[in-house]
Design a protein around this ligand. Structure first.
Ligand code: XMP
Length: 492
């Protein structure tokens, strides 16, 4: 029972540009900083980065690239439930150490050598296990075995040319064990067999080397890449399909998860799936309290996104640094990881979000310009761009997605969008963008003297920045002649 004028005695809410990290005593060299973190109670990542569930950002190609670099891609949901299951399967099956039986090219012993030669050329492989009709492994044939026969014995049977002393391994073989076999026996592929010597898969040298190259990749217990999936709060079918397809984390994808119907449904989804369930988006401590009993993670962001018009359209929102800190106050008491989603333009913003209490950050615009993001490169006035649009934009809603923002509209002019359609500069590979992002965050860890993500959360302090201080912080009084890989004045 206050007065209206009392309502205007309001707390201040801050965002990225309002604050800077206070430089502190340090022995931390940025290269030694450890950025491993949890995105949800049971999922740990080597880098604290997620890609946004948007149809111009994360489909399986980008999700695979994210997981290989150690982060997590969150597949968007502007697609059918079947397509979601397929996309999850594509990520989970990408770069598996053991190629599954159905994807292994095999030969049969009665085939002719020239026949197998053609088949291997067509399939783009340089060797194939030779199997009986019941899949018993009889031998293995490679281009090297075939070569001497091509002159004289093209019509000889494969059983003549193949190597019949095959080195095999069982399904639980590790990359190291497979590599040892390959070195010891000077072979490039090891068929994987069950107890009856039947073929169940194949490990190749290429597969082992690829595994070594991405030692920080985000993998589940059985070594498959991790996949995140966005599901609508009421999409029980998408949630269970994604879970069955092997999704590691489901993200309840809602613009205002402090809606009690949304929370009821999210709680039901949590009870039906094995995957972790991250609930969002929220931006206040009250919302965090409401979901703390069941959420495996909390995602924060009410209107900070680069393509987002929620705050101007609805008049509601929470500046992101304050929002993250309020949610983290509650989440940290319950051991629940917090993800800061939206508004991150620079690596400095990302480490500020962590200092404010986040365990990981989610970015959309930062990744939309990469090769792995959906969509093609367009050229305007000699500069290259890729499309980037809000999931609450007219375009995204029209193509089926944005029920996150949709109020019962079936006609286009009835949409009340909360996002815009835009273009973002083309940026090259995801790996190079991530390198800049993570490198900048580690640099921040050096300045605050924190060696790990939990240390940043605990020890980092902020100072408030004035408008003049902010101008001082960007390049000023010069004309930039060469664009830096991690700073573009267009971002301002
Ligand atoms: P950035 O700043 O990284 O933000 O591009 C990505 C995040 O923005 C959110 N998002 C939207 N917010 N209207 C909104 O208000 C929209 O149309 C929209 N689409 C995406 C989302 O949380 C995403 O991760």
């Amino acid at each position: 029972s206050g007065t209206f004028s009392e309502k205007l005695r309001v707390p201040e809410a801050l965002t990225f540009d309002d604050v800077l990290l206070r430089p502190m005593e340090s022995r931390v060299e940025p290269d030694d900083a450890d950025v491993a973190t949890h995105v949800s109670k049971n999922v740990k990542l080597e880098i604290p980065i997620l890609s946004a569930a948007m149809d111009t950002v994360t489909e399986s190609d980008l999700a695979i690239a994210m997981a290989r670099e150690g982060g997590l891609g969150v597949l968007h949901r502007n697609m059918t439930v079947e397509e979601t299951a397929d996309e999850v399967a594509r990520v989970k099956q990408a770069h598996e150490l053991v190629i599954r039986r159905e994807n292994v090219v095999t030969a049969n012993p009665e085939q002719t050598v020239s026949d197998v030669d053609k088949m291997m050329g067509r399939e783009g492989v340089s060797g194939a296990p030779v199997v009986d009709t019941d899949d018993t492994v009889l031998g293995i044939i490679s281009a090297t075995d075939i070569r001497p026969y091509l002159e004289v014995g093209e019509s000889d049977a494969v059983s003549e040319a193949m190597t019949d002393e095959v080195i095999t391994a069982s399904e639980d073989v590790t990359a190291r064990e497979a590599l040892e076999l390959m070195y010891d026996y000077k072979i490039e592929r090891v068929p994987i067999v069950d107890e009856q010597s039947r073929l169940v898969g194949l490990v190749t040298m290429q597969g082992v080397l690829e595994r070594r190259e991405h030692e920080y990749a985000a993998r589940d217990e059985s070594g498959r890449l991790r996949a995140g999936v966005a599901v609508g709060p009421f999409e029980i079918d998408r949630a269970t399909a994604a879970d069955e397809a092997g999704a590691d984390v489901l993200f309840i994808d809602c613009a205002h998860a402090h809606n009690l119907n949304v929370i009821d449904s999210a709680r039901e989804i949590k009870s039906l799936v094995d995957a972790d369930v991250v609930v969002g988006n929220i931006g206040t401590r009250e919302a965090a309290q409401e979901i703390a009993d069941f959420a495996d993670g909390m995602k924060v962001g009410i209107g900070p996104g680069s393509i987002c018009t929620t705050r101007v359209v609805s008049g509601a929102g929470m500046p992101q640094i304050t929002a993250v800190s309020e949610v983290a106050d509650v989440a940290s008491k319950h051991g629940i990881p917090v993800i800061a989603d939206g508004g991150i333009r620079y690596s400095g913003d990302a480490i500020k979000a962590i200092a404010a209490g986040a365990d990981a950050v989610m970015l959309g615009s930062y990744f939309a310009g990469t090769d792995e993001a959906p969509g093609r490169v367009i050229t305007m006035n000699g500069k290259r761009y890729k499309q980037y649009r809000g999931m609450g934009s007219v375009g995204a809603m029209k193509s089926g997605g944005g029920d996150r923002y949709l109020k019962d509209a079936d006609e286009e002019d009835e949409f009340v969008p909360e996002g815009v359609e835009a273009a973002t500069p083309y940026k090259g590979t995801l790996a190079s963008e991530l390198h800049q992002l993570v490198g900048g965050m580690k640099s921040g860890m050096g300045y605050v003297g924190a060696e790990t993500v939990p240390e940043v959360k605990a020890a980092a302090r902020f100072v408030r920045v004035s408008a003049a201080g902010q101008t001082e912080g960007h390049p000023h009084d010069v004309m930039i002649t060469d664009e830096a890989p991690n700073y573009s004045p267009q971002n301002e």
